[in-house]
Design a protein around this ligand. Structure first.
Ligand code: NAP
Ligand code: MG
Length: 401
């Protein structure tokens, strides 16, 4: 069988610990036998980030801007313990944060659905994709301790005269929070969501609390409405999909009653919380895909971390059963996208076959241990295997296609 040829490279970002082990296995067992893989390789492993003073992370983000498609392995975000463990020069920032800040976009997270793993919410028949705004609000806030008797006002200056507004006169001690967002960021969030909904041919839902937060949340509502009416209304109607806006509490209630199958745009905090709820309902973080969509390019990754506990077992020579599905789907997402951009149908078809073979392997009863207790299918007993054995079973299925 001849291997599928690529035109442009994918930006490949290697990572840390157990996911770095999986990364190599995925390439060796599931990709290289089938595809003449063309990547531009960046080692985002903690040691390499430290050696290059994190320049490698900046270079990788720039490469995504250039080549448009990247795939990223999970990486360690160092804390004090990691600084000691790896003898780091400093506590480097989260590579995901650095890359997101450079690309500025929206993170879409979608559960991988397999027959046999039923969502805890029985009505949900199809995946719910969370679209999380990745800028501002409490993630870039300034917080204060305020003492009894203190007064707080806000001064907006810069355009000639200062405008001072009294916020609160504290009769007892308390706390204060200030936060902001930017029209440009909200607009690109809206654009990303509408474009993604069109690409997926799925409805888009969005909710805020604009009845209470008339200016702040109201701005999100207005910008979404404007972008929709100016640019997407006709395209949505042609595609037979709907944009639905509601109050966030009403949207949450509707989500729970729904049968799924739509994209749920969430403000930053709502997306943080709701993506954990959605992934739990559908099984596990290892069964969740994640993609950063921006005007600068697409970055595919797994939603989970480097699975440290498994890595130390692996280093002791023990067999581990680490679920590779999210990382496999990061690769298939990137391959499908570059196949689409470069017009290589076989590449896109291969990535789709690999996804189907991965799901079919689980459906046949072969899976990593994290899924065994969740799996229930008549006539099939779930068998827990190592990550490597699972991938070999997927490769057999792929070859038999
Ligand atoms: P984690 O790596 O996601 O693992 C937490 C636990 O979840 C694991 O111990 C394991 O449970 C389970 N788990 C996660 N992924 C799994 C998989 N593929 N297969 C089977 N089980 C899986 O999170 P963490 O332990 O909080 O963080 C570890 C490191 O990852 C940290 O250094 C953190 O900075 C980094 N991190 C990176 C990213 C990223 O790059 N995207 C995201 C989050 C965290 P059991 O131990 O019970 O089996
Ligand atoms: Mg969260």
């Amino acid at each position: 069988m001849s291997k599928i040829k690529m035109k442009n490279p994918i930006v490949e970002m290697d990572g840390d610990e157990m996911t770095r082990v999986l990364w190599k296995q995925i390439k060796d067992i599931l990709l290289l036998p089938f595809v003449d893989l063309k990547t531009e390789y960046y080692d985002l492993g903690l040691k390499a980030r430290d050696d290059t003073d994190d320049q490698v992370t900046l270079d990788a983000a720039d490469a995504i801007k250039k080549y448009k498609v990247g795939v990223k392995c999970a990486t360690i975000t160092p804390n004090a313990e990691r600084v000691a463990e790896y003898k780091l020069k400093k506590m480097w920032k989260s590579p995901n944060g650095t890359i997101r800040a450079i690309l500025d976009g929206t993170v879409f997270r979608e559960p991988v659905i397999v027959d046999g793993i039923k969502p805890i919410v029985q009505g949900w028949k199809e995946p719910i994709i969370i679209a999380r705004h990745a800028y501002g609000d409490i993630y870039k806030d300034v917080e204060f301790d305020v003492k009894s008797g203190e007064k707080v006002s806000v001064v907006i200056s810069g355009n000639g005269s200062d405008v001072k507004t009294e916020i609160m006169s504290f009769k007892e001690s308390g706390v204060l929070l200030t936060m902001h967002n930017l029209d440009g960021s909200i607009k690109s969030f809206a654009e990303n969501c509408f474009a993604f909904a069109l690409e997926k041919k799925k409805d888009l839902w969005f909710g805020t609390k604009d009845t209470i937060s008339k200016t702040y949340d109201g701005r999100f509502k207005d910008i979404f409405n404007r972008v929709y009416n100016e640019k997407y209304k006709d395209k949505f109607e042609q595609a037979g999909i709907v944009y639905f806006y509601g109050l966030i509490d009403d949207v949450v209630a509707r989500v729970m009653r729904s049968s799924g199958g739509f994209i749920w745009a969430c403000k930053n905090y709502d997306g943080d919380v709701m993506s954990d709820m959605v992934s739990t309902v559908f099984g596990s973080l290892a069964m969740m895909t994640s993609v950063l969509v921006s005007e600068n390019g697409f970055e595919y990754e797994a939603a989970h971390g480097t699975v440290t506990r498994h890595y130390y077992k692996y280093l002791r020579g023990e067999t581990t059963s680490t679920n590779p599905v999210a990382t496999i789907f990061a690769w298939t997402g990137a391959l499908k996208k570059i196949g689409e951009l470069d017009g290589i149908k076989e590449l896109t078809a291969f990535a789709e076959s690999l996804e189907a073979a991965t799901c079919a392997t689980i459906e046949s009863g072969v899976m990593t241990n994290d899924l065994v207790s969740l799996f229930k299918k008549d006539g099939i007993t779930a068998k827990g295997v190592s990550g490597e054995t699972f991938m070999k079973a997927v490769a057999e299925r792929l070859k038999a296609r």
